[in-house]
Design a protein around this ligand. Structure first.
Ligand SMILES: [Cu+2]
Length: 107
């Protein structure tokens, strides 16, 4: 996927519009927030979390699903997960439990 496509996906996400299947949507980790905090996507979309902090590390932890926490992401690092089934997927940062987000997968 090229940079322009990623940019479009990011803009759609910020506008609250669903990202098309097969695309990659970005969630930024910055100032102890996931942005967008509520991301709507189509089934088949990959979400890529990017640590945009200057020095703080974060993780992505789908605790409610009983999944393992991601590795700790240092500034500039990324972690991805694909979503095939419709549903709401809440998650949080491992070291910062108050830092939460939700992936909303709907056709
Ligand atoms: Cu964190």
């Amino acid at each position: 996927m090229n940079r322009r496509t990623l940019m479009i996906a990011a803009l759609l996400a910020l506008a609250g519009l669903p990202v098309a299947a097969g695309e990659t949507a970005k969630v930024s980790m910055d100032r102890n927030l996931f942005t967008p905090q509520h991301l709507k996507i189509k089934p088949g979309t990959t979400v890529q979390w990017v640590n945009d902090e200057k020095r703080t590390s974060h993780s992505v932890f789908f605790e409610a699903e009983g999944l393992a926490e991601s590795d700790r992401l240092f500034p500039g690092e990324t972690w991805s997960r694909s979503f095939d089934k419709p549903g709401k997927y809440p998650y949080r940062c491992g070291p910062h439990p108050e830092m939460t987000g939700i992936i909303d997968v709907a056709p």
